[in-house]
Design a protein around this ligand. Structure first.
Ligand SMILES: C[S@@+](CC[C@H](N)C(=O)[O-])C[C@H]1O[C@@H](n2cnc3c(N)ncnc32)[C@H](O)[C@@H]1O
Length: 203
């Protein structure tokens, strides 16, 4: 498949899934690619997205064990304390940042919220990372395109709705510290950050 910045980080996100079977929610699931990986890892998965087209594509891709619904994360009733893993890939910037409190409250004790987010650089280190990202991106695209040719061609990616207005990374850092105490925000190379919040275990 063509090099995709969100898909590139799937393995890193999967490493954050708590051990054992559990319930997972993928917010802004798009065509369900990450939801399918969660299901393959043994989770009972739900995916929500406002786009009827994306939800239809996700359902069509299967497997039938994943439950998809067209829903807006800012208004959808999420069962409190029920998910061991909540993921949000390239979709948090579509909604107000404080939506993370709804996701936090849906976590079961010991659960993990993982946000792969998009943000604008704020600090000198963030700008330096951008300088590395551009050539690394060209190389990654060429390598993945060559591998796809060897394997007989790339899957066409379904185009999910995108929003190109991003918050400043410093605002993400500040708001995450305020709304998700103990969370960590780590800038990544390909114009993404990884926000991880672990809900305290029971007892
Ligand atoms: C850039 S796409 C990312 C799709 C997928 N997570 C991925 O990594 O390929 C953003 C997705 O968020 C969805 N979205 C936007 N606003 C949303 C909302 N309020 N509630 C749920 N999903 C939303 C869009 O429909 C779109 O599918």
């Amino acid at each position: 498949m063509p090099f995709d910045h969100n898909h590139h980080y799937h393995p890193a996100l999967l490493r954050l899934v708590p051990p054992g079977p559990g319930r997972a929610l993928d917010v802004g699931c798009g065509d369900g690619r990450f939801a399918r990986r969660l299901a393959a890892a043994g989770m009972t998965v739900e995916g929500i997205d406002t786009s009827a087209e994306m939800v239809a594509r996700a359902i069509a891709a299967g497997p039938g064990s994943i439950s998809y619904r067209q829903a807006d994360v800012t208004t959808e009733a999420l069962e409190p304390r029920s998910y061991s893993f909540v993921s949000c890939l390239a979709s948090l910037h579509h909604v107000p940042f404080n939506t993370v409190t709804r996701l936090r409250d849906a976590l079961a004790p010991g659960g993990v919220l993982a946000v792969l987010g998009c943000a604008r650089p704020s600090r000198p280190g963030d700008y330096a990372r951008e300088l590395v990202a551009a050539p690394a991106n060209v190389v990654a695209r060429l390598v993945v395109a060559a591998a796809d040719r060897l394997n007989g061609g790339a899957d066409l990616l379904a185009k999910a709705p995108v929003r190109m207005e991003f918050p400043a990374l410093n605002d993400v850092r500040r708001d995450a510290a305020r709304l998700l105490p103990g969370s960590a925000v780590r800038p990544l190379v390909f114009w993404r950050y990884l926000l991880v919040y672990r809900h305290p275990p029971a007892g």
